[in-house]
Ligand binder design. Structure first.
Ligand code: URP
Ligand code: ZN
Ligand code: ZN
Length: 465
């Protein structure tokens, strides 16, 4: 047997099992999983003694190079995927946003151009539907066949991205027919808009009013409506960036009834709470994203949700805007602050710290949440999301005991602040491989812009329960 690379002496962790083994990699794939693999003819040998060897992270919610709120997210596909690699993520799914009145294909092609020659890890796209005429309705089937097998629709941001229930229902009917998944940003945007306008009329303009004008009830209501629409359409549904217990309860009820309902949360909702909005001056603009930060007690409910499989995925919703000049667009009016926060780099470390060291779940459940379940739900499995013979050699060699302090001084995202400044994590990706190539070597990026590939996804939609 001849391998391009052998990873020796590691502890393999998949979603189902933990065992000591070597890994042999050839032609970008995993070709052997066995003890004491021969190394004489191997091109490269990596010693993973004392470390966990896990499938590369799959982040299914990022916004790179995205025009939004009068500006563009500050990480492009080069800086964003490089930061992702540092953090152990080897595949991401970004959002190609349809311009109203234009085709979905145009959105897909635009985002393909943004990513090619820049991405350092593999990537795929969800398509954001902002207007579903007859032509776009037909296009959904062809996009699914071409590997864009999921769509995001917004129940919030009226006048910009929000669509009505009929549009959501029709889109769901198409995914019921062709396979694929509808992802929903679930907040009642019309009601929130009334609350926002009233706050502004009362002179409430500081960043904290972004959070105070978006109640958890608005997220719970929209999540419940999403469940009902999906049930009527006979389609699966995936709720993005779920932030609060009100919404969690709606997903739990739907799943208890056996519906194919799924949801993700994000590290910001697990680690940060609404007290951040009390920071002096304009500082709290750093935490203006949607849904907003919630009262602290919701965090425990979310961790429970991850443990009990009410929530299946942790993604980042990485949507970075610099504090200087970008967040400052809303200096005098919270509704003009571009919505979004940075996080693509720290998902694995944060979830391992809070989830595994915090005593909520096992390393296997951790792998399920950050890699296997997102890969399965979005048609990437078994190519991505596991360690198995035949899978892509996307691998993270992880030191579960190394500690680091997150800071803007040391992170690699192109943004001038960190939402997690000063937070101490335990569990650090050390070496990362993308299709067999080392892209992070003992904490140093050695990858290359443009080496990431577009991945055509299958239209698989159901995760075994
Ligand atoms: O505030 C956020 N989450 N910005 C990104 C767009 C979205 O709603 O996911
Ligand atoms: Zn959203
Ligand atoms: Zn988002």
């Amino acid at each position: 047997m001849q391998f391009d690379t052998v990873i020796k002496n590691g502890t393999i962790v998949t979603a189902n099992e933990t065992f000591a083994s070597d890994l042999g990699l050839t032609g970008g794939r995993i070709t052997a999983i066995a003890e004491a693999l021969p190394v004489e003819n191997a091109g490269k040998v990596i010693d993973a003694s004392g470390r966990l060897v896990m499938p590369g992270g799959v982040d299914v919610h990022t916004h790179l190079d995205m025009p939004f709120g009068g500006t563009t997210s500050s990480d492009d596909f080069e800086t964003g995927t490089t930061a992702a690699a540092y953090g152990g993520t080897t595949t991401l799914i970004d959002f190609a946003v349809q311009t109203k009145g234009h085709s979905l294909r145009q959105a897909f092609e635009t985002w393909m151009r943004k990513a090619e020659r820049k991405a350092a890890i593999d990537y795929a796209f969800h398509c954001v539907i902002t207007d579903l005429g007859d032509a776009q309705f037909e296009e959904m089937g062809s996009l699914i066949r071409e590997g864009v097998s999921s769509f995001k629709l917004f129940m919030a941001y009226p006048g910009v991205l929000m669509v009505d229930d009929a549009t959501i229902f029709r889109a769901m009917q198409q995914t019921a027919k062709y396979g694929g998944m509808i992802c929903l940003h679930a907040e009642n945007g019309s009601v929130i808009d009334v609350i926002v306008q009233r706050a502004l009329a009362e002179g409430k303009r500081a960043p904290k009013y972004h959070a105070l004008t978006r109640p958890t009830t608005a997220e719970g209501e929209a999540t419940g409506r999403a469940m009902a629409l999906a049930e009527m359409a006979g389609a699966p549904v995936y709720i993005v960036h779920l932030s609060c217990n009100d919404a969690l309860e709606k997903v739990r009820e739907a799943r208890d009834r056996g519906l194919p309902a799924y949801a993700e949360t994000c590290p910001q909702y697990l680690f940060l709470s609404i007290e951040k909005m009390d920071a002096p001056g304009f500082e709290s603009a750093k935490y203006v994203f949607t849904p907003p930060l919630r009262e602290k007690w919701h965090q425990e409910k979310l961790w429970q949700g991850l443990t009990r499989d009410t929530l299946q995925v942790v993604s980042t919703d990485h949507c970075p805007f610099c504090f200087k000049e970008q967040k400052e667009l809303g200096k005098d009016d919270f509704s003009k602050i571009p919505n979004g926060g940075p996080g693509i780099e720290h998902r694995l470390s944060l979830v391992y710290t809070g989830g595994v060291h915090g005593g909520w779940f096992s390393p296997n459940r951790f792998v399920q949440l950050v890699s296997t379940a997102p890969a399965k739900l979005f048609g990437l499995f078994p190519r991505k999301g596991t360690i198995a013979v035949g899978s892509d050699a996307d691998i993270v060699i992880f030191d579960a005991n190394e500690e680091q302090t997150i800071s803007v001084q040391t992170h690699h995202m192109r943004i001038d602040y960190s939402m997690y400044e000063g937070i101490r994590v335990k569990g650090v990706p050390k070496t990362v491989l993308s299709r067999g190539r080392v892209i992070v070597d003992n904490g140093k990026f050695v990858g290359r812009a443009g080496s990431g590939e577009f991945i055509r996804r299958q239209a698989i939609t159901r995760l075994a329960r």
